[in-house]
Design a protein around this ligand. Sequence first.
Ligand code: MG
Length: 361
Amino acid sequence: VVKVAAVRVIPVRLRFAQPLRTAQGEFAERVSVVLEVRDAGGAAGYGEAAPWPGFGTESVDEAEASLRAVERLLPGASLQPGEWPAALENLLSGRSAARTALQGALLDLDARRAGRPLSAHLSVHAGSTCGAPLSRVPVNALLTARDPEALFREAVLAREAGYRAVKIKLGGEAVANDLARLQAVRDGIGPSVRLRGDANGAWSVRDALAALEAFARFGLEYVEQPVAAHDIDGMAELRRHAAVQVAADESVASEHGMLRLLAAGAADVVVLKPAALGGAVRALELASLARQSGMRVVFTHAFESAIGARHALHCAAAWGDADGIHGLATAGLFEADVAEPPGCHSGSVAVPAGSGLGVTL
Ligand SMILES: [Mg+2]
């Protein structure tokens, strides 16, 4: 039982090192909310609410309002990890980002008190995983150059840096241009580094079938979100007929979407963001359901600060897939961060081996 002595809500505003261009527009900064929970002994746990447009969570303002209510309600309460009083449940109903923050902070605190890394703590609490927690999590490099020559150089650098998977955005231009870009990347990384594409919902089913047919010769591991997030039937059709394996990303940003996709068996791979799914415990449960349906699981960040990024890292480590390569390379994303972001060396990120999350503000 954790007796909560103090709670602090910390609004966070971070500047992207490079403005982030997405289907929702261009973003210069990332706004989120960090939650700190302390016990009577002064030990602290940290979580983060990191809503993002299109991920299906509440807004940042709504998450902050919920966490301000938690700040008033929680001090003095005794909590059984994983079991919350009804008042708290009601407060966080439909607020998956705020729920992620509170659950993350309590799990971090609990793991610190138990004297073990959060990943080890999660693997005990999360039920069925692939194996023992990992001490390093392999990650893919995101290659961002537009033209093939620059992309080739970026690909060579990624291979030399030790990455075993790279990812590029596809579908933003004509298929012929994407063919030239894929050729440049494959030439740069060689035959054994995994090549991943991400179309962010750019195509119709028909266009996706044609594009993936043309791309198959580059040995793509998978292409994320070839069609729009809501088009689960289209994803299912592509899983059956496309020449390249398909991954669901935006389609499974919310728990509702994930359950729809699972029921339809509509992807070979699911890309899960613990931040949007109510936290690591639920994300690991959903990952386990996906695995039982024959899908592979890749964990990714949701542009969180160093707090949320570490939570996603411990979650991927707890999943314990020795063959998995995740979307968790976050170093250098922001001009400055609330703490040192997890660093990447030789294509993988070390999981903090101390107790809890491994970071304190
Ligand atoms: Mg994606």
